[in-house]
Write a new protein. Structure first.
Length: 309
């Protein structure tokens, strides 16, 4: 006995069903760009080219004499191709601006403030996202609102209050750095902790781990990308901070790099040492730029992961 296949509905008996031909997929890169997307790409590339041009000018000008800076702003430095002292501007800035002490003060202050900020913010973000704290949504919104308050509006009351308790120095600046960085760091880390799978934490709880043990042994290793992103962004922001350092630091021995550069600006301009001044700017800018270039992929991946959850 032979079994014949029943004809499909809507097709003539005894005739095979014809499937419509598939349209060929466009080759990669052959899609037409919309005018808006093309305009956005052009603007992004122009912005990138402008930043690279500024970076090129900063690096080359830091090796030039004042005459070269104004007469040949985009030419290569003369000292690179002739016998002389190519690092003369950097030596001048280092010796006359007090950058030796400032580098140490900045590294210690920014390093400790960054570590303490993340050490406080990580448990707070974990409690708001994982422990079911009552009113966690309201608290998270309050943290987000705290990010929108510009510290310039409260700098005078802060200075008056800190002066009364004798904290108008590097210790008070450390407290301010930590306090002003916590809202952003908590808000950033909440996105990472929300993106982590809950099943791993539940398994650790079933094995008898306490909430603190789960946070230290399970959550932090999984959120390592977010922690590194928070550390890097805080370090870059605090390294370049100037206004608070100008207001709270009076002792030159404890100046940060940005504060020392601000003081050096007046003396260098008066003596027309623009090469040394630009070299000082390069000393302040280039370390954080190199740090960002090294960790750029991890920072961008971490930010997109936290924002997407």
């Amino acid at each position: 006995m032979t079994v014949t296949e029943a004809p499909s509905r809507g097709s003539a008996p005894g005739k095979p069903r014809r499937t419509p031909p598939r349209r060929p997929r466009p080759a990669p890169g052959s899609r037409r760009l919309s005018p808006l997307r093309l305009l956005g790409s052009v603007l992004v590339w122009l912005f990138t080219a402008g930043n690279l041009l500024v970076l090129y000018w900063l690096i080359t000008a830091s090796f030039k004499t004042p005459v070269e800076i104004f007469t040949k702003p985009f030419a290569l430095p003369y000292q690179w191709f002739h016998v002389g002292k190519p690092f003369r501007n950097f030596v001048y800035a280092w010796n006359n601006a007090g950058f030796g002490d400032a580098v140490l003060s900045t590294a210690v202050l920014v390093g400790l403030a960054t570590i303490v900020t993340v050490a406080i913010s990580a448990p707070c973000a974990y409690a708001l996202t994982r422990l079911g704290v009552r009113g966690s949504g309201v608290l998270t919104n309050g943290v987000a609102i705290g990010m929108g308050v510009p510290f310039q509006t409260v700098i005078i009351p802060l200075f008056v209050a800190f002066s009364e308790i004798h904290l108008d120095n590097q210790y008070g600046l450390f407290v301010l750095y930590v306090a002003l960085s916590i809202p952003f760091t908590v808000f950033l880390l909440t996105g990472f902790f929300r993106s982590l799978p809950e099943e791993i934490e539940e398994a650790a709880v079933l094995d008898g781990a306490s909430p603190a043990r789960v946070f230290v042994s399970v959550v932090l290793p999984l959120a390592r990308g977010g922690v590194v992103t928070a550390l890097t962004l805080n370090a870059i922001g605090l390294w370049n901070e100037t206004l608070l350092a100008i207001v709270f630091l009076k002792d030159q021995a404890h100046f940060t790099l940005s504060r020392a550069l601000f003081t050096f600006y007046g003396a260098a301009s008066y003596q027309s040492e623009y090469g040394g001044l630009i070299a000082g700017v390069a000393i302040v800018v280039l370390p954080m730029l190199l740090l960002y270039v090294v960790l750029a992929r991890r920072i961008i991946t971490g930010l997109t992961l936290g924002a997407g959850k």
